[in-house]
Design a binder for this molecule. Structure first.
Ligand SMILES: Cc1ncc(COP(=O)(O)O)c(C=O)c1O
Length: 374
């Protein structure tokens, strides 16, 4: 891409996010078939998608939802969160992580993040636990796995369930196992710009298979879909959270095509991990050796992220902080507290693209632009 660095550069447009869709030849016949099958709500394709996703992940206990937020809400209910219960969580995430706690009637209690990567730590979680704590919600920010070994040990000591928000972490691994296999509940978002999309959707893994029937009821009005509709008794409030056959069919086709894309995210991430720390003024996130990130985006840390953002934008490289820290929202005002680790991380971070659409030339160009300084 040397021509891009000449005096009159051709500005490449390297977006921060991009929708990955399976090739039309693979997708369209399946989509046409399901659209005109007469069965477009929840049916066999959803069950098949849950099975295939579970096989792919190595965890057979999967429940599909119309969104990751819905999956998180149900995970919190299955974890036993009731009105007024506290859930230890992070403010360094997308809003739905913590809105789901409010949906369940709970109250987020912020634990501070590690300024080296934006994730919670076992120590920060422990400092936020009170007698009212009912669950721990951990986000793998940007796809960097949180320190699950110490968090899981802490949760066991306090008898608290861990819910992982793995919206950014499809394809990430921890201690050699794919994320989705370590905690009682793990949520994946299948929303438009995630590693894999079903247009919108979510998947929840449950370690305890005995919770699955209640999860299925809660996602569909509190009704067992297999029971006779006229004799069924609704015993608790359920929701309209099911995935439909159209989204599931897209998911089934996508699943067969995502491996190279996930590999490319990771390959780009490791390339940046290796090269970028050598650029003066830049640092990159540090994480445990057990963590193998999925690099949904790549997080840079520097003292002047606004200047860096202007420099990158001027060179056609997508960048953003991506999220407002959740503790700033009025809706979470009751949870406000001092978070010095988050203050430091949020003031320094900036996300740049590292997904499947960033080819060798594009990533070299990104490095060259960063080397020029800002
Ligand atoms: C960290 C995080 N959690 C939860 C969600 C919610 O997922 P969904 O949009 O599928 O409801 C998202 C994405 O939107 C997210 O980025």
């Amino acid at each position: 891409m040397a021509n891009l660095l000449s005096s009159k550069p051709v500005q490449p447009d390297i977006p921060l996010f991009k929708v990955l869709m399976a090739p039309p030849a693979a997708l369209m016949p399946r989509l046409q078939e399901v659209l005109y099958s007469g069965q477009i709500s929840e049916g066999q394709p959803v069950a098949e998608f849950e099975t295939r996703f579970g096989e792919w992940l190595g965890n057979p206990h999967c429940l599909a939802f119309y969104s990751g937020t819905a999956a998180l809400h149900i995970a919190l209910l299955l974890a036993g969160v009731q009105r007024g219960d506290e859930v230890v969580s992070t403010a360094m995430t997308a809003e739905p992580t913590n809105l789901a706690i409010l949906h369940a009637g709970g109250v987020p209690r912020w634990a501070d993040v590690d300024p080296a990567n934006g994730n919670l730590t076992a120590a920060s979680i422990e400092a936020a636990i009170t007698p009212r704590t009912r669950a721990i919600l951990v986000v793998h920010y940007g796809g960097i796995p949180a320190p699950l070994a110490s968090i899981t040990a802490l949760a066991a000591r306090y008898g608290l369930p861990v819910i992982e928000d793995a919206a950014h972490a499809l394809g990430a691994r921890y201690a050699g196992l794919p994320i989705g296999n370590h905690s009682p509940f793990v949520m994946f978002s299948l929303q438009a710009i995630k590693h894999m999309t079903t247009v919108d959707g979510g998947m929840l893994t449950c370690a305890d298979a005995s919770l699955l029937p209640r999860g299925r009821r809660l996602r569909w009005f509190g009704i067992d879909r297999h029971a006779s509709r006229t004799s069924v008794d609704v015993t608790e409030v359920g929701f309209k959270y099911h995935m439909n056959n159209v989204n599931a069919t897209i998911g089934l086709v996508q699943l067969a095509h995502i491996a190279p894309a996930l590999t490319r995210h990771q390959d780009n991430g490791r390339y940046f991990d290796d090269i970028l720390p050598r650029i003066p003024g830049l640092s990159v996130c540090q994480f445990e050796p057990a963590a193998e990130p999925s690099y949904w985006f790549y997080t840079l840390l520097c003292d002047d992220p606004d200047g860096l953002a202007r420099h990158l934008s001027a060179h056609g490289i997508g960048n953003s902080k991506a999220h407002q820290r959740n503790d700033r929202h009025t809706v979470f005002a009751a949870s406000r507290c001092e978070l010095p680790g988050l203050d430091h991380f949020y003031a320094r971070m900036l996300h740049i693209p590292c997904g499947w659409w960033v080819d060798d030339a594009a990533r070299e160009y990104i490095v060259e632009v960063l080397r020029r300084g800002w």
